[in-house]
Ligand binder design. Structure first.
Ligand SMILES: *[C@@H]1O[C@H](CO)[C@@H](O)[C@H](O)[C@H]1NC(C)=O
Ligand SMILES: *[C@@H]1O[C@H](CO)[C@@H](O)[C@H](O)[C@H]1NC(C)=O
Ligand SMILES: *[C@@H]1O[C@H](CO)[C@@H](O)[C@H](O)[C@H]1NC(C)=O
Ligand SMILES: *[C@@H]1O[C@H](CO)[C@@H](O)[C@H](O)[C@H]1NC(C)=O
Ligand SMILES: *[C@@H]1O[C@H](CO)[C@@H](O)[C@H](O)[C@H]1NC(C)=O
Length: 321
């Protein structure tokens, strides 16, 4: 495991360095722009209550997890600070190292989430950053270089399933086959990615989605302490993860100069559940395994239990290999 991780990190690392060694900075890329849901929300919508933030050792806003999010670990890995949330315009309006547009509860489709923070809304907010803030900080050619070398991270999809597909009687979308719903979401996502490409973005890191049936919300309802997976749910969400690399590869062949990487959250969580000891001493997983998560009064809605410091080991699978 460790060997695979370092190999992949080395690959990611050398790819970034090779495109960015012209700039004498400590960070591997100039900036990280984050789009998504609670998996990467950095303070746009704040959670409250234990155990959120119990391991967050910074003054950054509390995330929907015990500590840092996947996006934070990506930032740290890239040598960047934790990027400010868009809602904090005093910081976001002057940030040269990225902005976080993610908002808990939001998804790819506009029907998800609240107040226009779904994919489209977040892209509009980036548009505002671009036109109202970044253009003031950079000359036109510098801005193009900035956008070209920055990472655009996307972590969406779970809420589309939770809100629009899995509930019974929740409208016409539930009548689509699992394949068709995954395709429907990914068509929408690819429109968003293409818009950002049109504005100069070139490096994209896109997640697939977790095996939702393994999260406490969907595990055995008659035995909430059982740590097992609902395979019915997992089979319904699986096509999203199977299709995503194909979609990204197609997009990459269409959009000249763009590079898409795919982070395989699905297999990661499956492996985590099957081989927890491979991942060392992980606080949240440990709590789960010790079945103490209910004692901590985690709301049943919280599938964030799976997010924890272990995500340092997050693995990127480059579309180009
Ligand atoms: C956060 O602080 C606690 C208590 O000081 C410490 O045990 C833990 O290792 C720290 N975590 C990180 C990620 O620095
Ligand atoms: C950034 O843009 C917003 C409008 O979206 C504006 O209110 C703010 O003053 C700008 N900040 C700076 C530093 O230009
Ligand atoms: C982006 O902002 C510009 C300038 O404010 C505006 O003309 C354009 O319609 C916006 N595009 C989108 C997709 O929001
Ligand atoms: C798994 O999910 C399906 C679909 O929501 C549900 O019908 C079934 O009861 C669940 N199984 C368990 C063990 O909770
Ligand atoms: C769910 O829990 C009940 C009660 O403990 C048990 O009888 C049943 O087999 C469990 N179902 C699954 C799918 O694990």
């Amino acid at each position: 495991m460790a060997a695979i991780v370092s190999l992949l990190l080395l690959c990611v690392c050398s790819c970034f360095i090779s495109v960015y060694n012209a700039q004498a900075t400590i960070s591997l890329v100039p900036a990280l722009y984050i789009f998504g849901d609670s998996t990467v929300d950095g303070g746009n919508k704040l959670p409250s209550g234990t155990p959120y933030g119990i391991d967050l050792n910074t003054t950054a806003p509390i995330r929907w997890t015990n500590g840092e999010t996947i996006a934070d670990f990506v930032a740290i890995f890239l040598g960047l600070p934790l990027v400010p949330p868009y809602i904090d315009m005093s910081q976001a309006g002057i940030s040269r190292m990225g902005v976080n547009y993610a908002f808990a509860g939001c998804g790819i489709m506009p029907q998800t989430g609240q107040n226009g923070w779904s994919l489209d809304g977040q892209i509009e907010k980036f548009n505002s950053t671009l036109r109202n803030n970044l253009t003031k900080m950079f000359s036109d050619p510098d801005l193009l270089q900035h956008l070209k070398h920055s990472i655009f991270l996307f972590s969406f999809g779970i809420n589309d399933y939770i809100q629009l597909y899995l509930p019974k009687n929740s409208g016409t979308l539930t009548k689509l086959s699992p394949d068709a719903f995954a395709q429907f979401l990914q068509n929408e996502l690819s429109v968003g990615l293409t818009t950002l490409y049109g504005w100069g973005a070139r490096k994209f890191l896109v997640n697939n989605i977790w095996p939702l049936g393994c999260t406490p919300w969907y595990t055995n309802a008659s035995d909430p302490l059982a740590i097992c997976c609902n395979e019915t749910i997992n089979q319904l969400v699986r096509p999203y993860s199977n299709k995503l690399p194909v979609m990204l590869k197609e997009l990459q062949s269409k959009l000249s100069g763009a590079v898409f990487s795919h982070s395989n959250d699905f297999e990661f969580v499956v492996d985590l559940k099957e081989h927890p000891t491979n991942y060392g001493n992980m606080r949240v997983l440990q709590l789960l395994l010790e079945r103490k998560f209910l004692l901590l009064k985690l709301p049943p809605f919280s599938f964030h239990d799976f997010q924890s410091n272990i995500l340092l080991f997050f693995i990127f699978f480059g579309v180009q290999g």
